[in-house]
Design a protein around this ligand. Sequence first.
Ligand code: Q9C
Ligand code: ZN
Length: 675
Amino acid sequence: MGTALVYHEDMTATRLLWDDPACEIEGPERLTSALERLQQHGLEQRCLRLAAREASEAELGLVHSPEYVALLRGTQALGTRELQELSRQYDAVYFHPSTFHSARLAAGAALQLVDAVLTGTVRNGLALVRPPGHHSQRAAANGFCVFNNVAIAAKHAQQKHGLHRILIVDWDIHHGQGIQYIFEDDPSVLYFSWHRYEHGRFWPCLRESDVDAVGQGRGRGFTVNLPWNQVGMGNADYVAAFLHVLLPLAFEFDPELVLVSAGFDSAIGDPEGQMQATPECFAHLTQLLQVLAGGRVCAVLEGGYHLESLSQSVCMVVRALLGDPAPPLSGPMVLHYSALESIQRVRAAQAHHWVSLQQQGLASTLHPSTSCPEERALPLLPGGPEFKAAEAQASAALSSLLHQLCLQPTPPVRTAVALNEMDAALGLPPDVLHQVGSAPQEEAQAWARLHDVLVQDEAFTALGKVLYLLDGILDGQVSSGIAATPAPAVATTLDVAIRYSLSHRARRLLCVAVGQLDLSPDLANDGRSLWLNIGGKEVAALSTSHVSMPLPETTGGFLSCILALVLPIAYSFQPDLVLVAVGPAHGLQDPQAALLAALLRGPAGGRVLALVDQESTTQLAGVLAQVLHGEAPPSLGPFSVASPEDMQALVRLRGQLESQWQMLQRLLECSDLAA
Ligand code: Q9C
Ligand code: ZN
């Protein structure tokens, strides 16, 4: 199951024919430079290339009025003067004689992508299109958008493929008000948009872009707006928005398809967005969405006006769609106060509609303080000569950052397995490496003895393979791996693996242990390893780097544990490697283990080693190997509410840990945040 890339050269024909500073950023180079970068990185060649087709007028009619379609048809014959005249009827729009053709190709590309995914030709894909779509409305062009590509694709998925639940994620930096209007009373389409808002001062300056626009009638709760009230939002803010807002709702909604209004004006360097998120953040966002809907993710280009940032971000999305691990996020994972405030306001506004938001007690305990004098005001762009110098400097820094990004190598082997006789039965993807190598027996023995770890004889063979696999991961030869060891030796093997990793290049190590696995006391406090035990005996932050909690009883409880505790801590810690150990009697269902492993690929740039006991089911090993390789985890089954005990445990742990882990932070007093 591959990745489709839908494109047609004719979409580069449309361009601005007169002077209009508001529109000049939307030009053909947007597509050509993104495509060129994809080719340069060898990514285009790895996709199934599909030539975009034109959407039929009937298909356009799924969203647009016949009169509007006819009006657009008529533009093909107009001269420049008349086109300019007509453009003035709309806000931030220009027409070209080729607009009708391009816009039909753009909508058709989205349709083709959805068809390819829903018929099983590919798992996922990207449509590289222009003009963009999310501002366009039933009878109006708006904000460079002519036909609403994503909305048309969603209607088509409902009508032609019989889908009942579609999630639209709009990460463009503008509010896709067009999509919102089209689905505001439709509970079968969940629309999430974040957007630069600045309390209503940023275009399109709509009251209905704020958190309290939640949908109408039966659609109440199915429109989710997350307004950014300051510029400068970065990787931590975006990831937190996904973990604390989008994903809890998305899991509860349980979509059959995810459509992404993939605008990259939300990326660093973009003149419209003025945000700070780096291109690799879009690989992480994509990866986070791939755990939904069996991985059926269709991304459709919207905005994005800084050519280099746009192109790199597009590459990151395609890499993630292809299953490559996302590079680690750069920069400190610290949220802006204003972002936290927005996140909490949308959670509060949506709490009536979603049980997953009602439970954590967060919506009610998080009262945004009315003003925050200590707010780190981000420098708004000043004018004048100084600014020119600063701008030149910033742009040099940006190009060097964007340049470095493309130099980061991806390990030649994505997944290696060391599972002994199980291997053959797993039905793994063909490019998974079946590791035969092993560290010498003496080395394994030496490591065990050195640290006084008692390793049973029969476990030495397994330990040798684990150390060999760790070497591959730490040397950058292998991205992720899975190894088995006899059940009684899981804890000791893990112990040696931690020590080995810390003395071989791993500066920080996250260890997620499921089931009753005890940690050697001397490992707990060096600050370099962080130990999360799910399914431990007690609920406790035993130290700053040793957290234990019982296994939640329901899918809702499990999801909250992962999204509201494990991942925020993991992303804040920024480990070099994640060890996931599934001990004996772990109690975890296979789909839960798969989801955990899939999501833990994020924080350490895909470097994950999973350790299972040999007696555990072949299915568990197989499903772990598959998700580490980039495949979607199986569904968790129907959403069930977390038990009060589980939620209490979670709230208690968050309370104990939030002062230490930035991404766990709730709105505290301003003085606390400034500290
Ligand atoms: N004074 C997309 O990114 N700016 N559209 C208008 C009016 C329009 C952006 C400023 C920005 C449209 C798809
Ligand atoms: Zn935009």
